[in-house]
Structures are given as C-alpha cells and as structure tokens.
Design a protein around this ligand. Structure first.
Ligand code: UDP
Length: 254
C-alpha cells in the first residue's frame, strides 16, 4: 500500500497524483473561504455534494461537446481528472447583477444584465485576484489570443447550457466562475474546462423566491448553508442516498 503523493492543496480541494501518468485525483474538502481567505469555515458535507454536483455538470457538458478534465468520480470525495496546465485566469460569466459587479457599478443585486458579460481575473491570492483585460492576459503571456478565444467560446456555451439546465429545476444561474487548462495529447494542445462547477463558484437563486442557494449563504451569514448545497443536489436528482454520508479522508491506493 502506498500513500498518494499530494501535488497541491487549495482552499477547497486537494490534488493527488493519479493512478496513471497524466491523471490526478481531485479531493473535495468541506473547507470554505471567502473574501480572499479573510473568512474561513467548514460547511459539513460540502465536499461530498460538490464532488457529485461537479461530476454531474461536467458530464452533461461533455455530452454536448465541451471538453473537460473530468474522467470519473472515484468515491464520495474524490474524482479522477486529467492533468492539465492551469491557465492562471478566472473567467466570470454574469447574467444578473450581483456580488462585486453590483458593488463596483452601484447596480442593485438582481438587475438583469442587457447581455451576458464576461470578466477576467488574474489568479493570484497575493494580489487579491485583480480584474484584468485581454490586453494584460496576452501581453503578459498568461494565455495566447487563440486560447482566450477558445475560453470565451466555451464559456458562452457553458452559460447557455447551464442556464437552461438550472432553469429547468427552478434556479436562476446568476453568475459563475470557470477555470481552463491546457491538455497535451501527442504534440497537440486543447483548451479544456478544469477545476469544478458547484455552488462554491456559481450563484444560484430560486426562480420564484430569489432565495440564494450557493456560497453567498456562507459569505453573508445567511444560515442553512449545508441545506442550500443539498437542495441544489436534490433538484439535480443526485442527492446521495441517505444524505451526504462521509468518507474520512484521502484513501490509499494499491
Ligand atoms: N467566484 C469564485 N471564486 C472567486 C471569485 C468569484 O468562484 O475567487 C465566483 C462567485 O462565486 C460568483 C462569481 O464568481 O459566482 C462572481 O463573483 P464576484 O466577482 O461577484 O465576487 P464575490 O462577490 O464572490 O467576491
């Protein structure tokens, strides 16, 4: 029995060496952070739910031809993913005003946007993830113009598809954050969707009541945080039998 080698530990996930070259194991923690790490907490069962929710959404996206790093879920808290070179840009797609956009421009939360808006943030905790433009991204070599075109085209497809999917279960996809990576296959490079898609990085509001069913419940101390994540999973039809039963930690492999 050998322990998996830890490659990277982030705020909500840990990456371990995968069983085959070119793969990684993505382990989902219950840890929650907000406001660039100034607020920290535990959302019990979040990792189990986000593992399921992200598996479900990445699988549906893959079926419509959006390339992703997701391979398969391994257990309650782990999924096998392809190893990619992460592009250090967080791409945010917004349909309705909320969060930092509302604050920056003084637009009340919940105002529908005239069209979907894409924003880019440079992934750097030290710099507090500054907002950047295409000029910064290409001039500093974080992504090539063609990479960026691919990321934008994929993000718009993801937005259209997920907006419809969530609308079908009575949820408004207000905004969300995506990350992309470069996947190398025999000298060829493809841009693929990476990271996770879950209530940690989407704003999801009930269509009728505008109730928030996402990480804003934690950010804004609204209570019923676990219940919100469970409700999203329940509406997607993927709530684990008997609720989010836990596994204790990263398991060992042969
Ligand atoms: N988001 C994220 N990680 C970040 C910043 C934002 O996943 O580091 C997501 C967030 O959950 C929301 C969207 O991106 O769905 C837009 O976030 P916003 O810029 O409004 O920032 P926030 O209000 O979350 O600080």
């Amino acid at each position: 029995m050998t322990r998996r080698r830890r490659i990277y530990e982030g705020k909500a996930k840990v990456l371990f060496e995968g069983p085959e070259p070119g793969t990684l194991v993505q382990y989902f923690k219950d840890d929650a952070t907000a406001f660039n790490n100034q607020k920290k907490g535990i959302i019990t069962g979040k990792g189990v739910l986000n593992n399921r929710i992200s598996e479900y959404l990445m699988s549906r996206l893959s079926e419509i031809g959006v390339p992703t790093h997701f391979v398969r879920r391994l257990n309650m808290r782990e999924q096998l993913v392809r190893e990619v070179e992460i592009i250090p840009i967080e791409l945010v797609v917004r349909n309705t005003a909320a969060g930092s956009l509302s604050k920056r421009f003084g637009i009340p939360e919940g105002t529908p946007l005239p069209r979907s808006i894409i924003e880019y943030y440079y992934k750097s905790d030290e710099l507090n993830n500054p907002m950047v433009t295409e000029e910064h991204i290409t001039a500093f070599g974080w992504a090539a113009p063609q990479d960026l075109d691919d990321m934008v085209a994929l993000s718009l497809r993801v937005n259209d598809y997920l907006s419809g999917l969530f609308l079908g279960i009575g949820l408004r996809l207000v905004d969300f954050k995506l990350e992309f990576g470069r996947l190398w296959e025999n000298e060829e490079m493809r841009i693929v969707l990476a990271d996770e898609i879950s209530p940690d990085n989407c704003r999801l509001w009930d269509i009728k009541t505008n109730e928030k069913l996402d990480k804003d419940r934690f950010r804004q101390d609204l209570g019923k945080v676990e219940e919100a994540y469970q409700e999203v999973a329940r509406r997607l039809g993927i709530l684990p039998e008997g609720g989010p039963v836990d596994v204790k930690g990263p398991k060992t492999v042969q």
